[in-house]
Unconditional design. Sequence first.
Length: 246
Amino acid sequence: MFQRSCSKLLFNLPGTKDLDQAIEHIRNTTKCLCVPDECQKNVGTTISVVVVSTLKMREGETSPDKVLEAMKKFADEVRRRQRRGKCDDDILIAVSVDQKAIRTSYGSPVAEKISDGLDIQIIHNAGQPLALFVDFNGQKVRLIVQILDLFLKSHRVHVLEADFRKNEWAKGLVNMVLNYGKALKGEAVPGEERHNWYDEIPIWARITILAALGLLLSMIILALVIFCCRRNQGYTMGHRSDGSHE
């Protein structure tokens, strides 16, 4: 799906010093997620970042879906090879700058702390605003998350641009690393509280439910109008009957 030999690493990314400091901060301030015997003193979760200019794709496999699928496999493979975790408890963030794609890889101990929804929120927070493509009824639609935030949980994120704008990838990555640290320490991630139970409902289902409720409300109003009209008509007919009797 992707050709590793054609993937160029970017070592001169602006802001890497801040990124290194953020990674070291998380490593020193989070708790070890392994069993006590596997933990090192005062060493928490290790986060790695791999940045490539582009992930070389095979011909005919360059769609947004294929790019993210390849990025996920790339992230998983790199994390598995470097084995920086003590018990599969590390995090790796893989970025393709030219393809504006980002995927994360982490083991089961981290997955217990970070859900898929929270992972999306952390990526969301890294970009202000975050432009993305979503798959809506088979069509790729460009959206701005800050305006249409509800689409985050009901559509798969495909290709993103973040704060993470040109030459600001390190800034977005620092944001991601710090938010992963908050999640690992059980602290609230900015924006996390905005998601409620209904965020899990697909957008088409929400539209269907709203349409059904609207139709039901219209039927109730129509029934009340008919009932009131018939009732008024009954009163009027009764009044006329009394008048003719007199």
